[in-house]
Write a protein that binds this ligand. Structure first.
Ligand code: PGA
Length: 261
């Protein structure tokens, strides 16, 4: 079962997850982080940047792999995930840019971009801690419903719902690319620790399906149930459709704090 931690707000979630990442980096200065984009992980990145600055943590050796990228955006487009990861993660945290990879969404080389990315993750020794958001469709990464639970990094077609959800980042809804390249569910499951974050009522159904529903490709988030170390950090609104809420609270409040997440 995934551990479910219900927190007061996004800032509290950010502090909790940042704490786990700081512990990881202290024990492994060349730790490999799996980086999500979107609104959800921003509080974690902010909290992590604060900890790194306040405690002068050396992160020059930390490596990173983004979950996904749009296909076909011009290089340097501000909403390409390469640009987003640079702006929201690499720069504020002070990571070494060359050590942070994003799947290559250039159509010219897209045929082998997935295999190249898998090889790079393998050469880095795999991801230590993977940060995940979850879409209203239940997607993790850009693995939309129906994605194989064994899938590896490859090109996918976005659902219209995801395109509409992401339209807020673009000038016009039609500007949201139709295709993406995303780590597969099988890729994500190879990470040593999964941390799935979700906030707000709009995510409540997807969270309940991921944590308590059947394991099914129709709800890609449910794949986390197959992972031996998955942590779900949610606010009250995102937790509101969970059935076993009382038990999750009980387990968390009785967990020795030194164990962390
Ligand atoms: P969001 O996206 O963090 O912007 O809500 C999450 C996702 O689509 O995975």
């Amino acid at each position: 079962m995934a551990e479910v931690v219900i927190v007061g707000d996004e800032e509290a979630a950010g502090r909790l997850v940042a704490d786990a990442i700081v512990s990881l980096i202290r024990s492994k200065p060349d730790a490999v982080l799996g980086l999500a984009t979107g609104s959800t992980p921003l509080a974690t990145y902010r909290a992590l940047a604060d900890r790194i600055a306040d405690e002068s943590i050396d992160v020059r050796g930390v490596r990173g792999f983004a979950l996904d990228e749009y296909v076909g955006l011009p290089a340097g487009h501000p909403e390409s995930y390469r640009a987003v990861i640079t702006r929201e993660v690499v720069e504020p945290l002070g990571l070494t840019p060359e050590l942070v990879r994003v799947p290559n969404g250039d159509p010219a080389s897209i045929e082998h971009a997935g295999a190249d990315y898998e090889a790079a993750i393998g050469a880095a020794g795999g991801v230590d801690l993977q940060i995940l958001g979850i879409g209203r469709t239940g997607h993790i990464g850009f693995n939309e419903p129906g994605s194989s639970l064994a899938s590896l990094t490859r090109v996918k077609t976005l659902t219209e719902r995801t395109r509409a959800d992401n339209a807020r980042f673009f000038d016009a809804p039609d500007d949201v690319p139709m295709h993406c390249i995303t780590q597969g569910i099988g890729t994500i499951l190879r990470a040593r620790h999964l941390v799935l974050l979700a906030f707000g009522e709009a995510k409540a159904h997807a969270v309940a399906a991921a944590v308590e529903g059947p394991v099914t490709a129709s709800q890609p988030g449910s794949a986390i149930q197959l992972h031996p170390h998955a942590t779900v950090v949610v606010d009250e609104a995102a937790a509101s459709e969970l059935v076993n809420l009382a038990y999750y609270r009980h387990a968390w409040s009785n967990k020795p704090r030194w164990q962390g997440i």
